[in-house]
Design a protein. Structure first.
Length: 318
């Protein structure tokens, strides 16, 4: 005969879960713990898969676990299969009208500290049948996690390159300046974009849309000086630096409710047009758990001031 029967590897969903967990955590013991099995069981199942495929998926050493080049391709495909397998359960649950199950939410670090306390605890208490999990991640990581099926819903800022996803509007939020008492701008009632060009600015890293939108809107020439002075940080860190007596930073509107009276004295609004970001819930176009999406969207919208649900004519979306 010109060909002979070739035994095909019987790759299971369980094995796929194991290799994806090891890939994400770069650690066999942590992956085993996450998957709810012993490390010997997880290792044996992965070794069996490697033997069946006749490839090495991971290079193992005493210090780290690194995927091989072909291993990365195998894991990427396993991610897609797991996402589709999970969708079968989701379709059935949605058709039966079952809201329960797990709902995994990704959220931007520049949104999470100000929005989550407003709605998350109440939402979980009101919906005990749903297991909500939440993780902070940047926009690019949110989009990647949605595509891989690692999260179900992302709460982030609407940007131009999101046409491959579904966006559900949540609210509109103004940017505000936070000005040191020793700064000349402290005397201003409002801040014009032109006021910022000679200022020392505390700004987030590139890749945070909060920073990128402000730099673009304000045409900030001094953005580079901030980057060379402080390359890491959070909005809260920069607020402390301003309170300590130097420069200007920027905060989102929802942060106002968490400020003390003395901190509020450092807040200055922008002059009209006021830079404003649109916060949305992002899902893949094939997302089927719409009942869970509605729960999250409704909980968020009820938690913010009603005036933030639509833009007014003094605002300009960035």
């Amino acid at each position: 005969p010109l060909h002979k029967n070739i035994s095909r590897p019987t790759m299971t969903l369980q094995q796929m879960e194991y290799i994806v967990a090891v890939y994400r955590l770069r650690h066999f013991a942590k992956a085993a713990e996450q998957c709810g099995v012993t490390q010997p069981t997880l290792s044996a199942m992965i070794q069996k898969l490697e033997a069946e495929l006749d490839v090495k998926i991971f290079e193992r050493s005493s210090h780290q676990v690194i995927p091989t080049a072909i291993g990365k391709l195998v894991v990427e495909q396993a991610w897609r299969v797991l996402a589709r397998a999970r969708k079968i359960k989701d379709i059935v649950a949605e058709e039966k009208g079952l809201v329960g199950g797990t709902c995994r939410i990704g959220i931007l670090p520049t949104i999470a500290p100000y929005l989550l306390p407003r709605f998350f605890n109440k939402m979980t208490a009101d919906n005990p049948e749903v297991k909500f999990t939440v993780a902070e991640m940047k926009t690019a990581d949110c989009k990647k996690a949605l595509s891989r099926g690692e999260i179900d819903i992302a709460i982030l800022v609407s940007l131009d390159d999101m046409e491959n996803y579904e966006q559900t509007p949540l609210y509109y939020e103004q940017f505000l300046a936070y000005v040191s008492k020793s700064d000349a701008l402290y005397a201003n009632k409002s801040i014009k974009t032109s006021d910022l060009n000679d200022e020392f600015l505390w700004l987030l890293d590139e890749g945070h849309c909060f920073r990128d939108q402000l730099v673009k809107f304000c045409s900030l020439k001094s953005a580079q000086a901030s980057k060379s002075t402080y390359s890491l940080g959070s909005i809260e860190t920069f607020m402390r630096m301003v309170e300590g007596g130097k420069g200007v930073t920027f905060i989102p509107e929802l942060a106002l409710d968490q400020l003390t009276d003395s901190q509020r004295q450092l807040v200055r609004p922008f002059a009209i047009p006021i830079p404003t970001r649109q916060v949305v819930a992002l899902t893949t176009k094939s997302f089927v758990r719409l009942s869970q999406l509605r729960l999250v969207v409704d909980a968020v919208r009820k938690s913010v001031p009603e005036r933030m649900l639509k833009m007014n004519n003094t605002e300009q979306r960035v």
